[in-house]
Design a protein around this ligand. Structure first.
Ligand SMILES: Cc1cc2nc3c(=O)[nH]c(=O)nc-3n(C[C@H](O)[C@H](O)[C@H](O)COP(=O)(O)O)c2cc1C
Length: 359
């Protein structure tokens, strides 16, 4: 276990944490209070900022610093897809998806969504917010931005779902690679959206594979819900873990009661991966709405962000069978408990330490 201890200590010393448990960036479910609670327990807080404009990123960081003046924190964005299908093809897919949604009710007048705020402005705002870490998912940062992050003393963590993506991240200067297993709740970080279903690698295979081939530390993410998962990930070669779903029922996460309740006792077989919420593959609680998109006659959902815009319009229309929100959840949702986030993190690390034979 000396190896594990050394690896964990090097990571903790390098990235300003005392506990190798990081909050996963979770767009739509990461208020500053959650991040401050995780940082307060010695871990690293996070903000999934894909939905935030530049001003909101600054405000989020200010609120985080009020709750945690010196805690470690990560800001995260989605790297935009390179232009995919032509506009005619996109229009056809959107029309088919809209026709299918029409079976659920009527679209509202408003509620559409045209996609995240401008990516470059988000990147600038993250840089000027001076977090411990800026992280990427679904692609890599450009070399000049990486250079500027490093010049500002900010580390870059890159999410990867295959070794090819992980090696590209290391080559591009990532300071750590987040190994995202297919158990993970929320969106899958595949660089090419077309790869997302084909490369559904579980964390037990992904972590040692990355650890054996990378020089930079590996952070394990996906299905880690308690100290057993933390100990397993570290024993497999990770230097730290990143947990999302396990924190969703904490009061600080403040998600809708309906979503939090859906996680209660939710078995691994009760989640599925779907394009139906946003057009990008994500793991969520199985609902009748998501099942409908799996019917043989259902069309392929429109690409991101068009599908999210359509679903938003039908939500605004109040169609009762359209899920009112995205019930994202990982396969270990049943391990998520309605307890303060700081206590969850502390217990995870205490239990993992006991399993690993650390004093
Ligand atoms: C509600 C929710 C939102 C998420 N949003 C993001 C995001 O914006 N950026 C990101 O890199 N990962 C996002 N993820 C994925 C997490 O970063 C992480 O990979 C995942 O939560 C780990 O699996 P777990 O949920 O089983 O712990 C999200 C996950 C959830 C559950």
């Amino acid at each position: 276990m000396d190896d594990v201890c050394r690896r964990v200590r090097t990571f903790c010393d390098g990235f300003g944490v005392t506990v190798p448990v990081l909050q996963a960036p979770m767009a739509g479910a990461c208020p500053p209070s959650l991040a401050a609670a995780v940082a307060g327990a010695g871990g690293m807080g996070a903000c999934g900022a894909v939905l935030h404009g530049p001003e909101q990123i600054g405000e989020w960081m200010k609120a985080f610093r009020t709750g945690s003046p010196s805690g470690a924190v990560q800001l995260n964005v989605w790297v935009p897809d390179s232009p995919g299908s032509g506009s005619q093809e996109r229009e056809r897919l959107a029309a088919d998806a809209a026709a299918f949604l029409g079976e659920f009710g009527t679209a509202g007048e408003s509620g559409g969504w045209s996609g995240p705020p401008p990516y470059r402005e988000q990147c600038e705002a993250m840089l000027t917010s001076q977090p411990t870490v800026v992280s990427s998912i679904m692609g890599l940062f450009e070399p000049e931005y990486v250079r500027r992050l490093h010049a500002a003393g900010i580390a870059w963590f890159a999410c990867a779902t295959t070794l090819e993506e992980a090696l590209a991240a290391e080559e591009a200067g990532a300071d750590a690679v987040v190994a995202q297993g297919m158990e993970a709740g929320g969106h899958r970080g595949s660089f090419d959206p077309e790869d997302a279903e084909r490369t559904d690698i579980g964390l037990f295979a992904l972590v040692p594979w990355f650890a054996d081939h990378l020089r930079v530390p590996v952070v394990a993410a996906g299905g880690i819900g308690d100290g057993r998962g933390v100990a397993a990930a570290l024993a497999l070669g990770a230097s730290a873990v990143q947990v999302g779903t396990a924190l969703l029922r904490s009061p600080e996460a403040a998600i809708e009661a309906e979503w939090a309740d859906a996680l209660d006792g939710l078995g691994p077989e009760a989640t599925l991966t779907t394009h139906a919420y946003t057009g990008r593959l994500s793991r969520a609680v199985t609902t009748p709405f998501l099942r409908a998109w799996q019917r043989p006659e259902a069309p392929r959902p429109a690409p991101f962000p068009d599908q999210a815009g359509l679903v938003g319009r039908w939500r605004a229309g109040g169609a009762p069978e359209v899920d009112p929100l995205n019930y994202f959840a990982g396969q270990s949702a049943a391990l998520a408990l309605p307890e303060p986030a700081g206590e969850i993190v502390t217990r995870m690390w205490q239990d993992a330490s006991a399993l690993l034979g650390r004093r």
